[in-house]
Design a protein around this ligand. Structure first.
Ligand code: CO8
Length: 263
């Protein structure tokens, strides 16, 4: 594992806590931070001690205030494209992670920060959180999936408004739009994320991974009538060959709590 400069990690109660740790820059994502994020998600992919992930930002002011503007200000088109491509790879990895990933949005989630939160499976925000895609203020567009995932989460009309105006919205509005799942006081943020994650982690892990896969397929070329419906059919069938399926249905019929093994 590489030496982590911009992230801290900790495993507690089967949860991997990843904290983006550049508070002086409001946790802005420089390229190294994205590389480290990629490395950490890769590292714990098959680690059985980790059954879920909470991703947050250090301090009480910011989740992630965007890509690090100082780093790409003089980029050529080719460098910009490469940076965007690499970021997409990492964010796709998070979106397709086979274990549930919750963004604990503890403050600013702007630009690449909003995009990072949207790549997670769920988002819980503290009351002070601020969301937005202000890239047009800089003469650029979101390059880490924002033009796609924002539409998926809140719909085309609202997404276009936020993307074209660059306006920021508060946590309450983000909840109203469906951009976040829950809003809580900052002091309760981690506890709320843990409560949701512990509930998900008590379910059949193979089934949870398949839910993630099937839902994501909907947004990747499947659409309403295409492959993603076929994908669900295939995945559903495959559930029947898992031990979790046998345990889950047996436990129900025997009126006891299931003990899933993730197999
Ligand atoms: N990049 C670099 N540094 C940042 C960033 C950022 N995105 N955001 C904040 N910082 C730094 C500030 O420069 C400042 O540093 P210093 O103390 O050395 O001057 C420090 O963090 C604290 O920030 P402020 O003093 O500005 O704090 P305020 O409380 O006054 O303001 C804001 C907070 C409103 C969040 C303000 O900092 C701000 O507007 N930040 C920029 C937000 C933004 O525009 N984000 C989008 C960036 S672009 C992007 O994310 C594109 C993603 C896709 C890239 C794809 C690659 C091609």
């Amino acid at each position: 594992m590489m030496q982590l400069e911009n992230l801290t990690t900790e495993i507690k109660g089967n949860i991997l806590y990843i904290t983006i740790n550049r508070p002086k820059n409001l946790n802005a994502l420089n390229i190294k931070t994205i590389v480290e994020l990629d490395e950490v998600f890769e590292e714990y992919m098959y680690n059985d001690d980790v059954k879920g992930v909470i991703l947050t930002g250090a301090g009480e002011k910011s989740f992630v205030a965007g890509a690090d503007i100082s780093e790409f200000a003089d980029f050529t088109p080719a460098q910009g494209k490469t940076m965007s491509e690499n970021g997409h790879d990492t964010f796709d990895k998070i979106e397709n992670y086979t274990k549930p990933v919750i963004a604990a949005v503890n403050g600013y989630a702007l630009g690449g920060g909003c995009e990072l939160a949207m790549a997670c499976h769920l988002r819980v925000a503290s009351e002070n959180a601020i969301f937005g895609q202000p890239e047009v203020n800089l003469g650029i567009i979101p390059g880490y999936g924002g033009t796609q995932r924002l539409v998926e989460l809140i719909g085309k009309g609202k997404a276009l408004e936020l993307l074209m105006t660059g306006d920021s919205i508060n946590a309450a509005m983000a909840k109203e739009l469906g951009l976040v799942n829950h809003v809580v006081a900052q002091a309760d943020l981690m506890a709320k994320c843990e409560e949701i994650l512990n509930k998900i982690m008590s379910k059949g892990p193979v089934a949870v991974a398949k839910v993630i896969q099937c839902v994501n397929a909907h947004y990747r070329g499947g659409g309403y009538v295409g492959d993603s419906y076929q994908g669900e059919i295939t995945q559903f069938g495959q559930c029947m060959e898992t031990e979790d399926f046998v345990e889950g249905t047996s436990a129900f019929l025997e009126k006891r709590k299931p003990e899933f093994k993730g197999k």
